[in-house]
Design a protein around this ligand. Sequence first.
Ligand code: FAD
Length: 446
Amino acid sequence: MTDSLHIVGGGMAGSEAAWQAAEMGVDVVIHEMRPKVGTFAHQTGNLAEMVCSNSFRSDDDEQNAVGLLHWEMRAAGGLIMSSADAHRLPAGGALAVDRDPFAETVTNRLRNHPRISVTEEEVTDLPKDGQWIFATGPLTSPALGEAIRHQTGADSLAFFDAIAPIVYADTIDMRRAWLQSRYDKGETEEERTAYINCPMDRDQYEAFIDALLAADKTEFHEGETATYFDGCLPIEVMAERGRETLRHGPMKPVGLTNPHQPDVKPYAVVQLRRDNALGTLYNIVGFQTKMKYGAQTSVFRMIPGLEEAGFARLGGIHRNTFINSPTLLDSQMRLRSRPNIRFAGQITGVEGYVESAAMGLLAGRFAAAEMLGRDIAEVPHDSAMGALIHHITGGADAKTFQPMNVNFGLFRPVDGLKGGRRGRKDRYKAYTDRAKAAWNDWLSHS
Ligand SMILES: Cc1cc2nc3c(=O)[nH]c(=O)nc-3n(C[C@H](O)[C@H](O)[C@H](O)COP(=O)(O)OP(=O)(O)OC[C@H]3O[C@@H](n4cnc5c(N)ncnc54)[C@H](O)[C@@H]3O)c2cc1C
């Protein structure tokens, strides 16, 4: 039992973790509850089943952060990427996948690996001995969820996400917006200017409410029932409750003075709060939403100061089990309170097939290195892998932690390059060149 690495959950993350660890020479047992115990979204007993869309998103490794993550996983001999490439469907610049043959390939390669065995069972507690990776995903079984909650504390495990849109700071028009905390609260200048404020006059507010009410919304998936908590109501539901609700809620204009027009009292104010330590990302406070992505972009660009906004991620509310990684995990994804246990995949607070597989890849390598008594260097911050893992295990604000996709806002700026939309192409190329060099260097030493 103690000589093998145990991986709970054979989804995107667990499958990749198992492959990486086994390729490094460690025996692996995958514990997967399907098909004996199902979820509302999975349809088969295959490992690495894609539960919804069949897209791994952009495959552009020079201009897109998720494409860069593909590149890094390929360079690391990733099973998920090689299986996706083997079953690629025509989809322009995106990597779309023929889902059943893809999952069958992953399943067969894992089951046929001499160092890997698969047991079909639900794991319902966190063992005290042995090396374990929990990669049970957004639909972690309720019994295990309860065990995790018991170990981590009730406030550290969420069952739904409530994601407000996140904007690239350098796409906010500061000729219209300004920095100020409500009532200038805070001990330091940094705290007193912690928010970016976007003012609206009455006409702009009324037009914004009309657009919210008219926007296309997504429904919860069948079986994905949700009771909204008053603290995280979707913004459009708040608007449905009354046209003034938002003006008395997240858009209240009190305690704020617009330095561009000090004599004009804004009718409503949209606030954005810093979302990462680098200060490159801001989330729109209280704007979690079920609006469709296309609708979100056009509605949120009606906000003065956000006309040209670039979105690192759009808002959403989903059934999603995830832990507060910034407080619970160390930089190698070990649970601080139980270091024999690692977490990987979507349960760590990343989102998407690719990001989940990427965190599985790292967890598998970390666990195997530890079991083999090998040192493993810190994942370089400048790689896409590094940007993501450092965000979830430290860079993100623990108090407002919500799941994150990989995006260039997580990367350290490259000195000497133009900001804003104009410099974007050169900037992204510089990020991806730097990332590839850093990742190759890390791979060659681990
Ligand atoms: C309804 C829905 C739709 C989604 N649509 C998309 C999409 O279109 N695109 C996208 O990129 N992402 C989507 N996601 C997110 C997607 O699920 C993840 O990105 C990805 O599958 C996460 O990988 P993972 O390995 O962390 O979890 P999963 O792939 O879900 O794998 C977790 C595995 O753990 C198993 N498991 C759970 N509990 C236990 C237990 N106690 N014991 C043993 N095994 C257990 C599960 O059966 C599952 O096989 C969606 C999620 C949901 C819920």
